[in-house]
Design a protein around this ligand. Sequence first.
Ligand code: NAP
Length: 240
Amino acid sequence: MGILIVGANGATGVNLVKQILKNGRQVKVIVRPSSKIPNTWNKNNQVSVIRRNINEISLEEMIEYVKDCHAVASCLGHNLSFKGIYGKPRKLVTEAVNLICDAVIKNAPEVPVKFVLMNTAGNQNRDLNEPITFKEKMIIGAIRLLLPPHTDNEEAADYLRKKVGKKNSSIRWVVVRPDSLINLEKVTEYTVHNSPTRSAIFNPGKTSRINVGDFMAKLIVSKNEWNKWEGEMPVIYNME
Ligand SMILES: NC(=O)c1ccc[n+]([C@@H]2O[C@H](COP(=O)([O-])OP(=O)(O)OC[C@H]3O[C@@H](n4cnc5c(N)ncnc54)[C@H](OP(=O)(O)O)[C@@H]3O)[C@@H](O)[C@H]2O)c1
């Protein structure tokens, strides 16, 4: 059984793939026909690369991709260009989550498939009634209007939280919420919390992409880590 990763060639995704491969697991990645991928993937028989636009994949096709997977992870995100932010597909992440979940559910696996979704500390876990101030509410409202990728992230997490739910017999999930992303070469100490411990708007913390990859990989390969966070939206910060 393998692990399907979308957004695998992105700055965080490559770190996740690296950590999973270190664990000796099989990885299947879906990348765009035009995506750049690390050279090492072509020579590694633990990696199979599917070159397809995720928004053009049919349900029947996705059913085949997820059939032999016990876990799925998404590090998808809109490119930080005008086209990436305001162009199509506007619901890149939400639609991918929806498609993958539909495919997993159609396969009716005997053991629920784990879904780990990369999200953002700027999104609240509405199951926990996370408090935000009036000023933050106003700014988040403006971000929703001006930056469609934020709404996409919110809706993708809501899809798992509300549509899939916590008791689904085919899928169990964790939504990982990093704060401002930075690049570091090595995994460093990090802390993981049920809810943000600081304001993502007025006092954001830092999270290195390599630490996000490390945590997402741990969720997939470690039973303990999974059991601790299943159905939650953990927030991850680098230790200061
Ligand atoms: N920036 C922050 O501080 C921050 C903080 C918290 C959370 N986040 C979230 O984390 C996400 C991932 O961050 P990152 O830095 O790892 O992003 P990234 O390097 O831009 O990676 C994004 C991934 O999504 C893929 N992608 C983009 N548009 C696509 C499309 N139309 N169809 C298929 N695949 C597409 C990219 O593939 P290609 O190589 O083909 O483009 C790439 O694999 C962000 O987008 C954001 O939602 C960001």
